[in-house]
Design a protein around this ligand. Structure first.
Ligand SMILES: C[S@@+](CC[C@H](N)C(=O)[O-])C[C@H]1O[C@@H](n2cnc3c(N)ncnc32)[C@H](O)[C@@H]1O
Length: 258
């Protein structure tokens, strides 16, 4: 059992802060599903830490792994966890994000651009939905929540390792690059005149979604080819960001896949 003061464990603990993750270029993936998907991605996992209980429970998962697996105490596992119910199984991973140019070079048919999202759970849920809907990339644009935040990684349920994740400082430049790559850019807003079903969604599309509290700025909306809304039939003021993204992405997936 590694001592709680072990240097590798101390380095892993620093990855629970955004600054620590940025400095190391690494992040933590917690729980069986996230660790399984991380291990399936070549060259991503650097280290695995597990409590005695987790080692016993996940023998199948850790047995054939070429990566070093170290036993740690329950206390050390809690210190690495960002959740109320630590899973006792944590992988230290290299960052997996790619540049916007790389993501666009792969001729994507469906992209999500999140402009300044700040809820880690929403970000994770959208990554998971984007993966399920067959989207190619999710862009975190502007002053966005860190996709490597523990809560986000957990909420992606492994999908973080399946789609291209892009960190883009400038939302306007992101829209311009998407348009140059031949994508139809669609801004979403509850007050838009057009409904999403009126769009030619079989075309390669980049969907833009706004911040949970402020939505998309008018200047952002003006840069896009279209603005569209998901119709609200009841009395809800708007949809939750992740719910709006799910409706739009599946509308695209159905149109593109027939
Ligand atoms: C909770 S909303 C922001 C609410 C804000 N009061 C506004 O009016 O923009 C956050 C994001 O979810 C998406 N959204 C929410 N409701 C929507 C709807 N009915 N149609 C399309 N997108 C919607 C948009 O991307 C929006 O920027």
């Amino acid at each position: 059992v590694l001592s709680d003061s072990n240097a590798r464990l101390a380095a892993a603990r620093r990855l629970t802060s955004r600054r620590g993750r940025r400095e190391a270029g690494r992040f933590l993936a917690e729980g069986a599903q996230a660790v399984r998907e991380a291990l399936a991605s070549p060259g991503v996992v650097v280290d695995v830490f597990a409590t005695a209980t987790a080692l016993d429970r996940h023998r199948d998962l850790l047995g054939p792994s070429a990566v070093s697996v170290s036993e740690i105490s329950e206390r050390a596992a809690s210190a690495l966890s960002e959740t109320m119910a630590p899973q006792g199984l944590i992988a230290v991973c290299e960052r997996v994000d790619v540049s916007l140019a790389t993501a666009l070079d792969r001729a994507p048919a469906l992209i999500v651009v999140l402009v300044e999202p700040n809820d880690p759970g929403n970000a994770g849920a959208i990554l998971r939905t984007a993966d399920a809907a067959g989207a190619d990339a999710v862009v975190f644009a502007g002053d966005a929540v860190d996709p490597y935040n523990g809560k986000t990684v957990r909420a992606t349920a492994g999908s973080l390792f399946h789609v291209d994740v892009v960190l883009a400082a400038d939302p306007s430049a992101t829209v311009r690059a998407c348009r140059q790559a031949g994508l139809m850019t669609v801004a979403t807003a509850g007050a838009a005149a057009r409904e999403i079903d009126g769009l030619a969604l079989q075309r390669p599309t980049a969907w833009l979604f706004g911040n949970e509290a402020h939505g998309l700025a008018e200047e952002m909306i003006a840069e896009c080819d279209f603005t569209a809304r998901v119709p609200v039939y009841g009395r809800a003021e708007s949809l939750n960001l992740a719910a709006a993204a799910a409706v739009c992405l599946y509308a695209s997936a159905r149109a593109q896949r027939g």
